[in-house]
Design a protein around this ligand. Structure first.
Ligand SMILES: C[S@@+](CC[C@H](N)C(=O)[O-])C[C@H]1O[C@@H](n2cnc3c(N)ncnc32)[C@H](O)[C@@H]1O
Ligand code: SF4
Length: 401
């Protein structure tokens, strides 16, 4: 239930916007619904049972329209004109639960608030079990250009440990359906290092990915997030924690096989068949671009100001109904924080970290990292070697020490 609040209360929560930074402008839309909760996942998402009657896809969509309109209004007050939206990424949660028509409405909502660039990249995440040929046809007609499918594994027992509900073959079938509907850009997400996963299981997953003919793969090591069912099982000793050496060996296996098949890494966890297959939306995050994150719990970043929305879908809808942006908090990044973020993100890119961006005090660490064979100097950039990619987090710590 929405309560009356004074204008000053709204303003106290509202981010003080700085101007656009001149780079690409992306819009992220968060869909906070899942049919069931996977035991490893700590994303801001809810099952219908958890939400009860407090929120629904319909109330969420109405609130999303309100938030996008409020953001467009706020941006119109900035000194420079709002740039065209160059990328849209609908993520979750499970966007495919909205169906093709629902996702078409989401894109319409973005278009009503902002001008979409004619060559915009428009991605939606989808869970294999809630897709069909008709679904992909509808998305294509609506203007989506890219599909990202959560495959995770091709091994039935690994999918079971992860609580995934799709059958081993469904993700590949969905990728083929997306391509048949005319999607040139299709991604499959893999998780590696799940307890019980064997080398042969990973190989089967890679066979399936390569068989699907997709032009993009993301592979993430399983993270045991605090507060998840997986973390509780690991704590109770019912499942072993992922082993670092196994994770490193699996990463090398993934990289070798994808590279041999013509998919090249462009960020530590991402491989693409060519430059146009790279995810421009994510590159915007990593390159320090501007983005609006709309939907419950979504984060935004504009000209060095970051804000994050209230998390619960019902509270989010209430806040949108009050007017203004539904921010739970915001911060203006200090120069030190911006420096830290830039190092953390660009060092993971194949294009590397511009050496000119590093503080002079990092020079001894750079020399050490190169001498240890973890990176090379290439065209005034520090670029990770194959071994360096396995140790990217440690390298960041060294550079910032
Ligand atoms: C949060 S999901 C959202 C999209 C969709 N619901 C799905 O499951 O594919 C996006 C991706 O995050 C990755 N992910 C989520 N939690 C993770 C974890 N604890 N460890 C590693 N990867 C994770 C999975 O690969 C997943 O495909
Ligand atoms: S389907 Fe995706 S977002 Fe939903 S709980 Fe599973 S991993 Fe998380």
């Amino acid at each position: 239930m929405s309560s009356a609040v004074s204008l000053s209360e709204i303003d106290a929560d509202a981010p003080v916007l700085r101007d656009f930074g001149g780079g690409p402008f992306g819009v992220y839309v968060h869909v906070p619904f899942c049919a069931t909760r996977c035991g490893y996942c700590d994303f801001n998402t809810y099952t219908a049972g958890e939400l009860g009657s407090s929120a629904s896809p319909q109330s969420w969509l109405a609130a999303l329209r309100g938030e996008l309109a409020a953001a467009a209004d706020r941006f119109a007050g900035l000194p420079s004109a709002t740039p065209e939206v160059s990328t849209v990424f609908v993520g979750g949660g499970t966007p495919s639960l909205l169906g093709g028509d629902g996702l078409a409405e989401v894109l319409d909502a973005v278009r009503s608030a902002f001008a979409l660039a004619p060559d915009a990249e428009v991605t939606t995440e989808s869970n294999p079990e809630s897709t069909s040929p008709e679904f992909f046809d509808r998305l294509r007609a609506a203007g989506y250009t890219r599909i990202s499918l959560g495959m995770q594994s091709a091994a039935r027992h690994v999918l079971a440990v992860l609580d995934r509900t799709h059958t081993p073959g469904r993700a590949v079938a969905a990728a083929r359906e997306a391509r048949a509907a005319g999607f040139e850009h299709v991604n499959l997400d893999l998780i590696y290092g799940t307890p019980g996963e064997r080398d042969a299981d990973l190989d089967a997953s890679l066979d399936a990915v390569l068989d699907a003919g997709v032009d993009h793969v993301s592979a993430y090591s399983l993270i045991v997030e605090d507060g998840t069912a997986l973390a509780r099982k690991v704590r109770r000793g019912e499942l072993p924690a992922p082993d670092d050496d196994v994770l490193a060996a699996r990463y090398e296996r993934i990289d070798t096989r994808l590279t041999a098949a013509g998919l090249t890494w462009y960020e530590v966890s991402n491989w693409a068949a060519n430059d146009s297959a790279r995810c421009r939306h994510n590159l915007g995050y990593w390159d320090g671009g501007d983005w609006l994150g709309a939907g419950p719990g979504a984060h935004s970043h504009l000209g060095g100001v970051r804000w994050w929305n209230v998390k619960h879908p019902a509270r989010y809808a209430e806040r949108v109904a009050r007017g203004g942006l539904p921010a739970a908090g915001w911060e203006s990044l200090t120069d030190d924080e911006r420096y830290l973020e830039r190092i953390m993100l660009t060092v993971r890119l194949r294009t590397g970290l511009p050496l000119a961006d590093l503080a002079p005090s990092a020079a001894p660490a750079v020399d050490r990292i190169i001498a240890d064979g973890l990176a090379i100097r290439s065209a005034d950039h520090l670029v990770l070697t194959d071994r360096g990619r396995l140790l990217a987090d440690g390298i960041v710590r060294d550079l910032l020490a």
